[in-house]
Design a protein around this ligand. Structure first.
Ligand SMILES: NC(=O)C1=CN([C@@H]2O[C@H](COP(=O)(O)OP(=O)(O)OC[C@H]3O[C@@H](n4cnc5c(N)ncnc54)[C@H](O)[C@@H]3O)[C@@H](O)[C@H]2O)C=CC1
Ligand SMILES: CC(C)CC(=O)C(=O)O
Ligand SMILES: [Mg+2]
Length: 354
């Protein structure tokens, strides 16, 4: 298999290096994996004047899967919007048709004490956020900052979905629910946003093809509250791009840290880009302290979702479980009595456990 490796900015290169170590173990054991690195985000802008250089996009298109670190740094905030690092990320997602973003929030039992919630509220937590990734307010036109005739500025974004976009992410969520606990909660703001009122109508229509699955609906403000009140009421949560972005960061803290939340971004044929749910964390970049487990677990997801290789998924996941059970923790999930390890130390520990 050919993988495009896009480390990106901030902690991106540090965490991706640990995931590559894991891939190297698989290679050592006989798996044929070819990896090619390319710039994206701020680094892409620095070397090619574009946060998604043409050669990077071509490599991603021609590869069987993409491994991405993260993009962004405060130093690019003054650039014109079209060349900011985050636009490179939005363009590669859209360009590759990666409309389905799976973000599993799963609590490893030994990390209950690192969760922001009491152990009895989170123990056994295993929820799957299915976030639509190529529509919504992140992509809707018109957008921009303009000056009105009155002289004051107006900032504008457009929340927009077509029926077919909602239907296809709905199907992804219901298909996943069929393999889990047959429960889908669709999160919207249908009481005030027409875009999401249509979202709700379509989810109800999709549900008719899945009579075994129980569909519920929740407004996003309530969902944000319920996630920290009683998160185990959820199994599969399906929602739009912006709500899913926000709720998945919130859900990550139930598992101990955003450094624990992997993700798969899939197209209609399960070709995918695998990336941690967090950003480039400029505040800790270059210090070898970031948690690489979300990225390593994203590699595990790559085998499960793009290569249909459950055994390799399990091998990586079990190695992570072993390391956590052995008490090794990066700073973000460290609690009293555990052994603090660096980002590279965590990568080495996972490799040893494999
Ligand atoms: N997928 C991506 O590439 C994303 C990029 N961004 C970009 O990242 C930059 C920073 O954004 P923030 O809002 O600060 O979000 P962030 O997710 O980068 O960081 C938020 C907080 O979580 C911590 N954190 C994140 N990942 C961690 C890890 N693996 N281990 C330990 N701690 C970790 C950071 O140190 C920070 O305190 C911005 O330029 C933003 O646009 C933000 C989110 C996603
Ligand atoms: C930079 C954003 C568009 C990405 C983000 O926050 C995410 O995908 O979680
Ligand atoms: Mg986000």
């Amino acid at each position: 298999m050919k993988l495009a490796v896009l480390p990106g900015d901030g902690i991106g290169p540090e965490i991706v290096a640990q995931a590559v170590k894991v891939l190297d173990v698989l290679r050592r054991d006989g798996m044929k994996i070819e990896m090619e690195e390319a710039p994206i985000g701020g680094v892409g802008y620095d070397v090619a004047g574009d946060p998604l250089p043409e050669a990077t996009f071509k490599l991603a298109q021609e590869s069987d899967a993409v491994l991405l670190g993260a993009v962004g740094d405060w130093k690019y905030d003054t650039l014109p919007r079209d060349v900011r690092p985050e636009r490179g990320l939005l363009r590669i997602r859209k360009g590759l048709g990666l409309f389905a973003n799976l973000r599993p929030a799963l609590l490893y039992p030994e990390l209950a004490s690192a969760s922001t919630l009491r152990p009895e509220i989170v123990s056994g937590l295993d929820l799957m956020i299915v976030r639509e990734l190529t529509g919504d307010i992140y992509f809707g036109q018109p957008r921009g900052i303009t000056t009105l005739e009155s002289g004051e500025r107006e900032g504008l974004n457009t929340m927009r979905y077509t029926e077919s976009e909602v239907r296809r992410i709905g199907r992804v969520a219901f298909d996943i629910a069929m393999k889990r606990n047959k429960k889908v909660c669709s999160v919207d703001k249908a009481n005030v946003l027409e875009c999401t009122e249509m979202w709700r109508q379509v989810m109800i229509e999709v549900a008719k093809d899945y009579p075994e699955v129980e569909l519920s609906h929740m407004y996003v403000d309530n969902a944000a509250m319920q996630l920290v009140r009683a998160p185990k009421q959820f199994d599969v949560v399906v929602t739009g791009n912006i709500f899913g972005d926000i709720l998945s960061d919130e859900a990550s803290m139930l598992t101990g840290s955003i450094g624990m939340l992997p993700s798969a971004s899939l197209d209609a044929n399960n070709k995918g880009m695998y990336e941690p749910s967090h950003g480039s964390a400029p505040d800790i970049a270059g210090k070898d302290v970031a948690n690489p487990l979300a990225t390593i677990l994203s590699v595990a997801m790559m085998f499960k979702y793009s290569f249909n290789d459950e055994a390799t998924y399990q091998r990586i996941d079990n190695a992570v479980k072993k390391v956590i059970a052995a008490g090794k923790r990066t700073a973000d999930i460290w609690t009293e009595g555990c052994t603090k390890v660096s980002c590279s130390g965590m990568g080495d520990a996972v490799v040893a456990a494999m």
